[in-house]
Ligand binder design. Structure first.
Ligand SMILES: [Zn+2]
Length: 289
């Protein structure tokens, strides 16, 4: 579904109970969720929702605290825990709110800000609520994640997905230039099968960006786009699937960085895993970590 249709469905009260909002930046995902939440609780005539002026809209759309939390008793956000996976306890106490009747609005909206950080058990607690939704007023769940592939298949199959576009816009020139540098190294590896080329490949990726900020997504996005560009230049190549798997794994890598693993090591691991033909296993590994 696209954003426009989703607005219309939300106005008509026909939104699917569980939505995945992925792609774009973390801020864009949160903004999108808040806008939809405002439509769902707004008191104005359906066609003009969100009106931006009613007491519901104001409380959802105006960020009242420095921390940026929206405050509406029926619009709840489970924030990401930067240090650990979002635990089952945090998820359970959050989901218990869905058993209450709404305080003021027609229904309740639950936003899970970084659903990709839900621990397995926490995701299952959420799944249970989605399978047996509380009766009475409508409940809408919004699961925000960089990519929908970060979520359990069981959650994906029970949700509609809204894609906000590439996670980060990267400059085409930078990407092409890095792909130019990577191409002969990849060629060297394919010719010789020697691991030293793989290290060279990882090192070239590492030199291409600044990795000081563990939360920065940009260097990973550039690395991923360059690897995708390599695959695009060689559409019939036998290693194309491996390159695309590597590109996907690179996009998931910022999470590994948050666990204080050095970028150089992550790059070496991903490159070696994917280009030696273990691409699928490699992205599965990144998803599990
Ligand atoms: Zn309103």
């Amino acid at each position: 579904v696209n954003l426009h249709d989703v607005d219309e469905l939300a106005r008509a009260g026909r939104l699917y109970p569980s939505l995945i909002i992925h792609g774009g930046s973390a801020d864009a995902r949160l903004d999108g969720a808040e806008r939809l939440a405002a439509i769902l609780v707004c008191e104005a005539e359906a066609a003009t929702r969100p009106c931006g002026g009613c007491r519901h809209c104001r409380r959802v759309l105006v960020r009242e605290s420095e921390a940026g939390d929206a405050f509406h008793p029926d619009v709840r956000t489970l924030a990401r825990d930067l240090k650990t996976a979002t635990s089952v306890d945090a998820a359970r106490s959050f989901l218990r709110l869905a058993q209450q009747t709404p305080f003021e609005a027609r229904g309740q909206v639950f936003v899970i800000a970084e659903a990709n950080t839900l621990s397995g058990e926490a995701a299952n607690a959420l799944l249970k609520v989605l399978e047996e939704p509380p009766l009475g007023a409508p409940r809408n769940f919004m699961l925000l994640a960089p990519t929908r592939e970060d979520l359990l298949p069981t959650l994906r199959s029970r949700s509609w997905s809204i894609y906000l576009g590439p996670t980060r816009r990267v400059e085409a020139e930078v990407v092409a230039e890095l792909a130019d540098r990577l191409a002969p190294i990849l060629e060297g590896y394919r010719r010789t099968g020697s691991a030293s080329w793989l290290f060279g490949f990882a090192e070239t990726l590492e030199r291409s960006g600044s990795w000081d900020d563990p939360r920065a997504e940009a260097p990973w996005a550039v690395a991923s786009a360059s690897v995708t560009e390599l695959a695009r230049r060689d559409p019939a190549g036998r290693g194309r699937g491996d390159l695309l798997a590597l590109a996907e794994a690179l996009l998931g890598a910022p999470r590994l960085r948050l666990r204080s693993i050095r970028p150089g090591r992550i790059l070496e691991g991903l490159v070696a895993g994917a280009l030696t033909g273990h691409g699928a296993a490699c992205s599965a590994l990144v998803r599990r970590l």
